[in-house]
Design a binder for this molecule. Sequence first.
Ligand SMILES: Cc1cc2nc3c(=O)[nH]c(=O)nc-3n(C[C@H](O)[C@H](O)[C@H](O)COP(=O)(O)OP(=O)(O)OC[C@H]3O[C@@H](n4cnc5c(N)ncnc54)[C@H](O)[C@@H]3O)c2cc1C
Length: 320
Amino acid sequence: MRHAFPALWNLENKYGSVIAGAILSKLSSKGNSVKTGGALPGKGRNKRVSFSFHGGMQSLIDALHNEVGDSNVKLGTEVLSLACSCDGVSSSGGWSISADSKDAKGKHLKKNQSFDAVIMTAPLSNVQRMKFTKGGAPFVLDFLPKVDYLPLSLMVTAFKKEDVKRPLEGFGVLIPYKEQQKHGLKTLGTLFSSMMFPDRAPNDQYLYTSFIGGSHNRDLAGAPTTILKQLVTSDLRKLLGIEGQPTFVKHIHWRNAFPLYGHNYDSVLESIAKMEKNLPGFFYAGNNKDGLAVGSVIASGSKAADLVVSYLESHTNQDR
Ligand SMILES: Cc1cc2nc3c(=O)[nH]c(=O)nc-3n(C[C@H](O)[C@H](O)[C@H](O)COP(=O)(O)OP(=O)(O)OC[C@H]3O[C@@H](n4cnc5c(N)ncnc54)[C@H](O)[C@@H]3O)c2cc1C
């Protein structure tokens, strides 16, 4: 809980329970707004809402891509090794990276290109496969613990509105394992995507995003599309009174969807800190470190960028 959902953990830690914490936090935020006389603009400034973008989450990635500039983005490029000259004096060009490019446009990393700092956002299991050297000698990552990842399949289905007899309004349903067993359901939950974001489906249809897999159903996550289509249609029939077959199906399978934040995750974080401490100019960010939600991952990247700026500034001052 502490690492996967830091905001909930903070509530529990501060107030003794997540639910009590959520209520108290809400009450205290109401109190604050009275005290400050609502000095900040916007009535619901503490309100948490689901968010997305026109055209889906890919719009965010495309916007970042445009901002950085196409020539600075290397797609389909697997980092194989990183070398830090690490003379301990200058930050300038201390890092070099070798990569295998499968990018059809053939945009390879330039040979002998060097970098002042590195922000690593690949999952730790991938980092463990990379080769690191420090000052010419191998920097062995045997202190990184093995991280367990949860497999997941995502099924996007659309149904004609007239075939959905109980079209519930809201963001969706989450089905605890006990309820799955009790009612013979197989999905972990379903987002009512077109209820939240109407532009996601034609006017005469509803779009649903269902999740299958997780810790209790690891094998099911890897089942073929035809089987998962049947399971999802059957669950939605029970939940929403759906009749007939979907008009649209898209299946995406993640073998390693989420890092599993177990009881010993502190040791994972300690080993990330050890890497950052022993490799000058190396910073780690992403959902293996700072929480799973997209907002947490964005904050994690932003924090790493600030650390790089401080690192470069402090070394520039030393160089003078
Ligand atoms: C099915 C699903 C649904 C989700 N739904 C939600 C949701 O509704 N709301 C929410 O807030 N969060 C959701 N999440 C969680 C959230 O999307 C993730 O936690 C977040 O996107 C992770 O971002 P990241 O950058 O840390 O990691 P990733 O997005 O996993 O990025 C890691 C990147 O590293 C790259 N990489 C790996 N190895 C190498 C290498 N050797 N060289 C170069 N690159 C490499 C990978 O290709 C990948 O692009 C969902 C996740 C999944 C899987």
